[in-house]
Design a protein around this ligand. Structure first.
Ligand SMILES: C[S@@+](CC[C@H](N)C(=O)[O-])C[C@H]1O[C@@H](n2cnc3c(N)ncnc32)[C@H](O)[C@@H]1O
Length: 251
């Protein structure tokens, strides 16, 4: 750990690696994170304000890395996450589908125990504009623990909810962040893998979904975000400004 310790229930405008380095070893109960996927491209289409637009234009520079730099960056993130988690603590990390297996292997090489892959399936995926490939309708999230999972929490909520496939509709968004994750799913991960009062970290807060989930479930949160506009969105949500309340039970 380097620098002054950080305070809980804050999102700092700080680089993720720099921020993670300021968190003590073995001090965090849970990490839920959705880093850049490095897929922004002139050839990939998304929707912005109801219109198709390339992901490069819609998302901007933060999702563009040289492939080598991207691997080094995510490896550093995974390594720091391992260091700060308490033994048995969980890491949930989204990555692009094509990279997921690769980063699972790297995380296991770093010491993580592989637990599962969770698929988040869109009920209403974007139409295929070119009609030359299958529509993109799911994202993957790796679920890993630091060492033995039985050392820590797994609150089995119900047979229906604790499945590794989660269905959601694109209408979940409550901000203008281009990649806001569904709050309901994030709350499920927080509820299952932490307890009231626990510390939940997200080094890539974006619009603050992880922080809102933690706050609504009575956990503490801590995280980082570089973009001023996204940080403002997150802070507004945390004050209840744009909150869409997800209908999950609180542990
Ligand atoms: C995929 S988005 C996260 C979206 C978030 N899960 C949500 O629900 O809003 C990744 C975020 O990481 C931020 N980011 C990119 N590089 C970063 C870095 N080095 N340090 C901190 N944040 C970074 C981006 O600005 C972006 O908001």
């Amino acid at each position: 750990m380097t620098g002054k310790p950080l305070l809980p229930n804050r999102i700092y405008r700080m680089d993720a690696i720099e921020g993670l380095k300021r968190i003590e070893d073995d001090s965090v109960d849970l990490i839920v994170t959705d880093p850049p996927y490095n897929i922004a491209s002139a050839d990939r289409t998304t929707m912005k304000n109801g219109k198709p637009l390339s992901t490069l234009k819609a998302w901007g520079h933060w999702d563009c890395f040289h492939p080598f730099d991207y691997d080094v960056f995510l490896m550093q993130v995974i390594s720091e996450c391992y260091r700060i988690l308490k033994p048995g603590g969980a890491l949930y990390m989204f990555t692009a589908r094509e990279q997921n297996g690769y980063f699972v292997r790297q995380a296991v090489a770093r010491g993580f125990t592989y637990r599962n892959q969770l698929a988040m399936v869109k009920k209403n995926p974007l139409p295929s504009f070119a009609k030359s490939n299958y529509r993109s309708a799911f994202e993957l999230c790796m679920y890993l623990t630091k060492g033995k999972p039985e050392l820590k929490t797994f609150n089995f909520v119900s047979q229906a909810e604790c499945k590794n496939v989660f269905h959601y509709a694109n209408s979940h968004r409550s901000t203008q962040h281009p990649t806001e994750k569904p709050l309901e799913f994030t709350k499920l991960l927080v509820q299952v893998s932490s307890n009231a009062g626990d510390l939940v970290v997200d080094p890539f807060m974006g619009s603050g979904t992880t922080a809102v989930a933690a706050q609504e479930l009575g956990r503490r949160y801590l995280g980082f975000e570089l973009e001023r506009d996204y940080l403002a969105m997150a802070r507004k949500r945390l004050k209840g400004g744009t909150r869409k309340t997800a209908s999950r039970r609180v542990a």
